[in-house]
Design a protein around this ligand. Structure first.
Ligand SMILES: [Cu+2]
Length: 270
C-alpha cells in the first residue's frame, strides 16, 4: 500500500510540472532588453521553485515508503529536528531574499532610474502619455524638444486640445497630441505617465511594464524597444463604464519612418 501511495505522489508531482513545460501559456514576445532581463529572472524563479517542489514531493514519497507502518501498529511520537528546521527556514529565506535582490535592478531600471536621470540625456525621446475616460492622449514635444505649459481652462476636446496646452506659448504651439504612440526602434524612450481624471493603468505586455496613471502624479518609465511592430496598450485599471474600450496602440518603427510620421501628424493637426 505504502508503495502505491509513494509512486502516486511522485507521478502526480511530475504530472503537475508537465503543463509548465509544454503548455501554451508563455509570455508574449519581449521587445526590450529590460523585458528579456525580467523574463530571465522569471525563468530562474520558476526553475528554482520547480526543483524545490520536485525535491520535496520525492522526499514525501520516500518518507511514506521508509516510515509507513502497518495498520495494527501503534503510532509513534516524533520530536522533529530543530537543526533541520532551522536549516530549511534559513535556506528558504536566503533564496527568497536572493531572488528579490537579483530582480531589483531589472525592476528599478524602468522606474526609479528614469526619475533619477530624467534630465540631461539629449538623445532620449520623451513622450507624455495621459489617460482620460476613455482614451489615451499621447503628447510629443514638437521640433523644439520642450512641452508647452498646460492649463485646465484651455482644455477643449473638440479643438483637439484634450490636455489644455497653451498654444500661444512658444513652447506649446508645436506640441502634438495624437491617439497613437509611435516610437523609433533602438532609441531610448521615457514615458511621462499622467491621468486627467481617475486612475488608469499603462500596460504593454511586450514591454513587461505596467504602471498606474494617478491623477496629480507623474509616473516615469524608461525603456528601449528593439523590435518593430504594433503592440496594444490596454488600460488595466477599471476606470469607468467605457473601460473595456480604452485602448491604444504602440507602434515601433524605423527611425526614418518615425520622423516622417511625426511631420505628417504635425501637418494634419495644422
Ligand atoms: Cu482607463
Amino acid at each position: 500500500m505504502a508503495f502505491i501511495v509513494a509512486v502516486a505522489i511522485w507521478l502526480l508531482a511530475l504530472a503537475l510540472l508537465l503543463p509548465a513545460w509544454f503548455g501554451p501559456w508563455g509570455f508574449p514576445e519581449a521587445i526590450t532588453p529590460l523585458a528579456r532581463q525580467i523574463d530571465s529572472r522569471m525563468t530562474l524563479t520558476f526553475v528554482l521553485s520547480g526543483a524545490i517542489f520536485l525535491l520535496s514531493q520525492f522526499a514525501l514519497g520516500y518518507a511514506v515508503l521508509r516510515f509507513g507502518r502497518k495498520r495494527k501498529e501503534a503510532a509513534t511520537y516524533i520530536e522533529g529536528s530543530a537543526r533541520w528546521e532551522m536549516l530549511w527556514t534559513a535556506g528558504g529565506a536566503a533564496i527568497f531574499i536572493g531572488l528579490s535582490l537579483a530582480s531589483y535592478s531589472a525592476w528599478a531600471e524602468a522606474r526609479f532610474d528614469a526619475e533619477r536621470h530624467s534630465a540631461g540625456d539629449a538623445d532620449r525621446l520623451i513622450v507624455e502619455v495621459v489617460g482620460q475616460q476613455f482614451v489615451w492622449n499621447i503628447r510629443y514635444t514638437g521640433p523644439d524638444g520642450d512641452f508647452g505649459p498646460t492649463d485646465p481652462k484651455l482644455i477643449d476636446d473638440s479643438m483637439g486640445n484634450a490636455l489644455g496646452v497653451d498654444r500661444t506659448h512658444p513652447m506649446g504651439e508645436d506640441d502634438l497630441i495624437v491617439p497613437r504612440l509611435a516610437l523609433p526602434v533602438g532609441r531610448e524612450v521615457e514615458i511621462v505617465l499622467k491621468s486627467k481624471d481617475v486612475l488608469h493603468n499603462f500596460f504593454v505586455p511586450e514591454l513587461r511594464i505596467k504602471l498606474d496613471a494617478v491623477p496629480g502624479l507623474e509616473g516615469r518609465l524608461r525603456f528601449t524597444p528593439d523590435k518593430k511592430g504594433t503592440y496594444e496598450i490596454a488600460c488595466s485599471e477599471l476606470c469607468g463604464l467605457g473601460h473595456y474600450r480604452m485602448r491604444a496602440f504602440m507602434e515601433v518603427m524605423e527611425p526614418a519612418a518615425f520622423e516622417t510620421w511625426l511631420s505628417e501628424q504635425a501637418q494634419y493637426v495644422q
